[in-house]
Design a protein around this ligand. Structure first.
Ligand code: C2E
Ligand code: MG
Ligand code: MG
Length: 750
């Protein structure tokens, strides 16, 4: 079998919590990034809108005031001309004025034209004879407007001339249109102003007229074209457009500003792709910040996890003594890792026998050390893909994942070897501690479908195991439940039987064949149950009684009955040697046992010399210190002590040496096949030799044949108990046997 350290397959709750928290934080990071993205996006639009609008308004104000300046100049000139009392034509004063303005470079050209005959006076141009100002666009626009106006850009009259914009004012005298004053500037100033604007987000500015036709654009080729997306806006009355109007085109975001006294719109455009780049960059920068915060929180989490969460979860899920998963956590893990995955396996409960004795005999610290040593042994014994937990203070629980086709025998052998290895002595604080275990196992899915079923059935196995003082193990079978049910019925029948006087005693002679007489009697309890309608053997009901306080009641009944019987036999002068009484572990360890027994004898005026007490090794060694102390007390009080069923328990010579017993009773198991089994005869001989050497009286139990008797005699075992001499007898039969002195020779046939 491949033995490896156990591993736990599924995520522990601690890891689950950690991953959940990390996932939550990551989710938080994602959520905040999303929020950040939309926040940046909204802010970016606002920022672009604000920036574009401010710059557009500033520039449009600049252009407006420049144009207004121009307009007021031409208007003033037009007024002067209108109010002139002298002739306008050839007037040197006006020519001088025109030249002065030219010098001030406010206009490239300053001129006036008369409606009457197309007279045209300009400061810096040789007017061709064919030139008629009245057909020029600026003239017509001014005449139509009849107020000072900036007319749309127009191309100069000469070939290859620049594009000009004109500030015009009508000359109106006595409400009669006389002509137009015009001041022209090349588009250059407007271009310089617009194209010189410094814009963020790689934006650019351009100028359109009321038809959406581009007048000024950083890309020369675009001039004269129109932008479809803006046509609608361009034609609208600017007053109707709310301030800061943003127009979202396919590829651009436009901000519009009006230029007063014109039908022009100054447009500031930002390319959307450029904006999305900015958006990404800004989001990344925010994300970086969030990431830093996330890392900070993670560091805090790791720190607090180590200091706060882990100990808390450990406290909730782990056993404080062994740090194994506790019952609740084990059940959860076993279900998740094995049962829901339908992994066939075996659930085993390893229960320490007589844990309360251990806790009474050793300090808490020593018990914890012991538990941890047991845990380590279990871990080293468990195979790969196993789960170990602490079911309760004295019980471990394991789930072992077996191959599908592993048969019961293999599992049982494995359990047995586990029980053996666990039973080897432990060493705590230089003291050896002997522990025995009861191991109950139950297979999944055949013998239980859920964790509670499996646990119940494993406990059924433990409840079924015989308390022989050695470690035991077993695998669940359905008949166990029936047996346990049967035990419950017997328990309830026993309770009423005590009140109904259904119990009575029989006595079985113990015979010294050398002396050829009965040397003592063993008192054996008998029960004819009315409720069950049958005789129940002590082999059946004593172990059940031993599981509860009933054994104390039965024990008291036996002692009382035997004492009365001895008193009676003493009174009638019957010779019987000693009467041997079987004492159960619970009885023996009950506080005040010796005193009570002595008191009962004293009340009947009897001595302890007539009584022998039979104990089993295991009943003493379950709690060796206390057991041995009680035996010493009893020996000191004058009781003869016999070690019953010798050879089936620990048979520890170390302890035998410490027990003040007088007699060893070789168990019937070694006698039964004495004649045919060499090993049995060897063991019997060893016990006889050793017992004699150590000064014990050695008795053989269950001697049924002459052959057995002869073999025992050859070993030097002289005291015999068994059907060969006599079965356990009713009082009357025994009395007649003793009084008739049949005891010396009669052999009861069977
Ligand atoms: P034990 O103390 O070892 O008693 C000897 C058992 O061997 C008795 O069985 C007796 O009838 C049986 N026995 C004696 N000679 C032979 C023989 O030649 N062949 C066979 N096959 N059996 C023989 P019993 O009376 O059924 O008692 C069984 C066990 O029950 C006892 O084993 C003892 O452990 C317990 N027991 C009986 N009476 C009492 C009692 O009063 N108190 C307590 N605590 N236990 C008792
Ligand atoms: Mg006995
Ligand atoms: Mg016995």
């Amino acid at each position: 079998m491949n033995i490896q350290r156990i591993n736990i397959l599924k995520l522990s709750n601690k890891s689950k919590l950690t991953y959940n928290i990390i996932a939550l934080l990551a989710l938080g990071l994602l959520a905040s990034t999303t929020v950040a993205y939309f926040h940046v996006k909204a802010n970016l639009h606002d920022a672009v809108q604000n920036e574009q609008q401010i710059k557009a308004t500033t520039t449009s104000n600049k252009l407006t005031s420049w144009l207004e300046n121009n307009l007021s100049l031409v208007e003033a000139f037009a007024d002067t001309l209108a109010n002139s009392s002298t002739l306008i034509r050839g007037n040197e004063l006006y020519e001088f004025y025109l030249n002065q303005v030219k010098k001030s470079r406010q206009f490239d050209y300053l001129a006036f034209a008369l409606e009457e005959d197309g007279y045209y006076k300009v400061n810096d141009w040789e007017v061709p004879p064919s030139y008629d100002p009245r057909i020029r666009p600026w003239y017509q626009a001014s005449k139509q407007a009849m107020i000072p106006t900036i007319t749309p850009p127009h191309i100069g009259a000469e070939e290859g001339a620049n594009t000009y914009i004109a500030a015009t004012a009508p000359i109106i005298k006595s409400q009669k249109f006389m002509g137009v004053v015009v001041g022209e500037v090349t588009l250059g100033y407007v271009q310089k102003t617009i194209l010189g604007m410094k814009l963020d987000y790689d934006g650019f500015a351009f100028l359109i007229d009321d038809k959406g036709t581009i007048l000024v654009h950083p890309t020369e080729l675009q001039v004269g074209k129109s932008i479809f997306e803006l046509e609608d806006i361009a034609s609208q009355d600017m007053q109707q457009l709310s301030e800061g109007r943003i127009v979202e085109g396919d590829g651009y975001l436009y901000s519009l500003a009006n230029i007063a006294n014109t039908k022009w719109r100054l447009i500031v455009a930002a390319e959307k792709t450029q904006l999305s780049d900015v958006l990404v960059n800004e989001t990344i920068s925010l994300l970086t910040h969030f990431l830093l915060i996330f890392l900070l929180i993670m560091m805090l989490f790791v720190f607090s996890n180590r200091k706060i969460f882990s100990p808390l979860i450990d406290w909730l899920e782990r056993d404080t003594n062994t740090n194994l998963p506790n019952k609740k956590s084990f059940k959860q893990q076993a279900t998740d890792s094995f049962l829901t995955r339908k992994s066939p396996g075996m659930l085993a409960i390893v229960s320490m026998d007589h844990f309360n004795y251990l806790t009474a005999a050793y300090s808490q610290n020593e018990v914890i050390q012991l538990l941890n040593q047991i845990k380590m042994r279990l871990e080293s014994l468990l195979i790969h893909r196993s789960l170990l937990g602490q079911f309760s203070e004295s019980r471990f629980i394991a789930y072992v994942n077996w191959e599908q086709d592993t048969n019961d025998r293999v599992m049982l052998r494995w359990l047995q070897s586990m029980a053996d290895k666990l039973s080897a002595p432990y060493k705590v604080n230089q003291r050896q501690i002997h522990c025995t275990f009861s191991i109950g196992a139950c297979c999944f899915p055949d013998q239980g479908v859920d964790i509670d079923d499996l646990i119940d059935n494993a406990f059924t196995v433990i409840a079924n195991e015989s308390r022989s003082g050695i470690s035991s193990c077993g695998i669940f079978s359905p008949s166990m439940n029936q047996r346990l049910g049967g035990e419950l019925i017997i328990t309830s029948a026993m309770k009423s039987a005590i009140g109904n006087n259904e119990f009575y005693m029989q006595y079985q002679p113990q015979y010294d064949y050398e002396k050829r007489r009965i040397v003592s009697l063993e008192a054996l309890i008998r029960w004819n149950s009315k409720e069950l309608g049958r005789t129940v053997s002590p082999g059946e009901f004593i172990p059940i009684a031993e599981d509860s306080a009933l054994i104390i009641l039965l024990g008291d009944f036996v002692i009382d009955t035997v004492i009365k019987q001895i008193k009676h036999w003493n009174e009638i002068g019957l010779e019987f040697g000693k009467v041997s009484i079987n004492i159960s572990p619970k009885q023996l360890l009950k506080p005040g046992f010796t005193e009570d027994l002595l008191a009962k004898l004293a009340r009947q005026g009897l001595s302890s010399r007539q009584i022998e007490l039979e104990v089993t090794e295991t009943s003493v060694l379950d709690n060796p210190d206390k057991g041995i102390a009680i035996l010493k007390q009893l020996a000191n009080a004058g009781f003869n002590l016999a070690l019953d069923d010798f050879g089936t328990g620990y048979s520890s010579l170390e302890y035998l040496k410490l027990m003040p017993v007088d007699k060893l009773k070789i168990d019937r198991a070694f006698i039964r096949d004495l004649a045919v089994n060499n090993k049995d005869s060897a063991i019997a001989k060893i016990i006889v030799d050793m017992g004699s050497a150590l000064g014990y009286q050695v008795l053989a139990e269950g001697v049924e044949t002459k052959e057995q008797l002869d073999i025992l005699a050859s070993f030097g075992c002289n005291v015999i108990q068994g059907f060969y001499y006599s079965k356990p007898l009713h009082v009357a039969d025994l009395e007649s046997k003793l009084s008739n002195r049949e005891s010396t020779c009669e052999i009861i046939s069977y």
